[in-house]
Ligand binder design. Sequence first.
Ligand SMILES: Cc1cc2nc3c(=O)[nH]c(=O)nc-3n(C[C@H](O)[C@H](O)[C@H](O)COP(=O)(O)OP(=O)(O)OC[C@H]3O[C@@H](n4cnc5c(N)ncnc54)[C@H](O)[C@@H]3O)c2cc1C
Length: 336
Amino acid sequence: MNVAVIGGGVSGSYLAQLLKNNHDVVVFERQERDKFFPICAWGTSINELRRLAKRIGLNFDDYVYHVGKRMYVQVKDEMLEVKLKGLCTFDKLRFILDMHRDINVNYGSKIISPPKNNYEVVVDATGFSRSILPKIMKDYFISTVEYRVKYKDPPFDDFYIRPINKLSGYLWFFPLGNGIYHVGAGDYYKNHEQYLNDFLRKYRGEILMKTGRPVRITPPHLSTPIINGNIAGLGECIGTVYPILGEGIIPSMQCAEILARNINNSSLEKYPEEVLKNFDIFYKLFIFIKKKFSGNFSLLRDFGLLISPIIYMKRREERFGLEVRARDWLKIVRSY
Ligand SMILES: Cc1cc2nc3c(=O)[nH]c(=O)nc-3n(C[C@H](O)[C@H](O)[C@H](O)COP(=O)(O)OP(=O)(O)OC[C@H]3O[C@@H](n4cnc5c(N)ncnc54)[C@H](O)[C@@H]3O)c2cc1C
């Protein structure tokens, strides 16, 4: 098949890699090659990324910056310590550029309507922009700002996060090695800059870079349509971001696996159904956080909404890269 992938981020590039041996694939990326940069904290689970990278002939360990032992979670005045099981940071820029190496990528190509050539499948992998598929009726997103900071004397020796408000976001401090950190914050109610500025005033370092963009938290169930004729949405474009964590790398690559399987079977029909089944938990979590944001969450009435994601993550600790303890989650949920 002739496949056009719009967006050369992590999901579009991974899909192109999965398809390149059996199809004619061309990627259109709006950023220029020398300015290409994936805005993200670059945190993921080493276990799942090893599997995903191996499928396309890359050794994920070559890209890893820091493998965490613990994550400090500041819950009001108390500091929880979560044991880590593979949560790491990695060089996401080099990882994506290495995926670009042996595929056809047209940089500097901003595409805002389906390309006219006879492509049998057009993939919208434009992330938050969702440039090709019809707009989502009611879209939810978290605004973010992130700094790259160099510390001589870092305030924490490992991953650190601090929830904001009614769990409407959080501040993160992710080690990249050599005294460099991604320090950022995102909040549905846009109070993140205040939290971030307070943190950076308290823990002063040398600011190397400032970025930021919104992250979609509308789950796939509400990011419809997922396909429109021969156009298929992929990754954050169709909401494959774990709502409470803002974690989109693994889900977007897993979404590419699902799409590649369906394209190889020459049919897109089953793709939306498989996406919804695979990311069912995202919908439950979204309902939970929406209730929490709006102050409508009751621990007694909505216990099921809280417990199912905990069970889901508990069964997949390696995939998430951390130990999941119900009492930590309950403490966090009760405190905000
Ligand atoms: C500040 C921040 C921190 C984050 N931290 C983490 C984290 O630590 N771990 C994690 O798992 N997730 C994190 N995420 C989420 C994660 O980065 C995304 O969900 C994930 O990268 C989605 O991949 P994608 O390929 O679907 O979209 P994107 O990564 O957004 O890629 C889309 C690509 O499409 C291109 N594009 C856009 N419009 C057009 C167009 N019209 N024409 C051509 N090209 C276009 C863009 O330039 C981009 O390269 C973070 C997000 C943000 C904003």
